[in-house]
Design a binder for this molecule. Sequence first.
Ligand SMILES: Cc1cc2nc3c(=O)[nH]c(=O)nc-3n(C[C@H](O)[C@H](O)[C@H](O)COP(=O)(O)O)c2cc1C
Length: 174
Amino acid sequence: MKTNRRTLVAYFSHTGENYAVGVIEKGNTAVIAEMIAEATGGTLFEIVPVEAYPATYNECIAVAKAEKESGARPAVQGDVAVEDYDTIFIGYPNWWGDMPMAVYTFIEKHRWQGKTVIPFCTHEGSGLSSTERRLADACKGATVAKGLAVKGTTAQNKRDQARREVQAWLAKVF
Ligand SMILES: Cc1cc2nc3c(=O)[nH]c(=O)nc-3n(C[C@H](O)[C@H](O)[C@H](O)COP(=O)(O)O)c2cc1C
């Protein structure tokens, strides 16, 4: 593990009602992001949209679908100087086989030349879908490492198992 690298853990995660886990106060991806930050000494940054996604699952999936279909770039709050880091973990839930559009808003604010990007996602069956390739396209000039996909139910309800999955993957990519 290379702890001398300047490491950022940027993630998006949704609270409220979610698929298979009921109403949650900490999002599934947030759980994994915190494990990664703890293990790597990285700085956490949460990508938060200016306009919150609906808390209700059915409404949230409808908004997310419309955003994906239109290629929306919803505004996000605050920012972090990605340029100051060498390795950037990017975490997100799998939404309709893609990253939430707010993650693209964040990515497109920055320059990625020479950076190492390490993806991770939570999901309920689709894994990473094609998000590693999409990240490689969006983060121009970055090297994109092999991502981790953890089931949201595992992240939320089986933390010891989730931590083992995170550690085994970090040993390979970090
Ligand atoms: C809008 C929306 C779309 C989703 N689409 C998918 C999907 O296409 N494939 C999948 O496996 N899970 C899908 N899910 C489930 C989430 O990926 C899963 O619950 C994830 O762990 C949520 O992470 P979070 O709590 O960090 O937001 C979707 C959930 C939502 C809310």
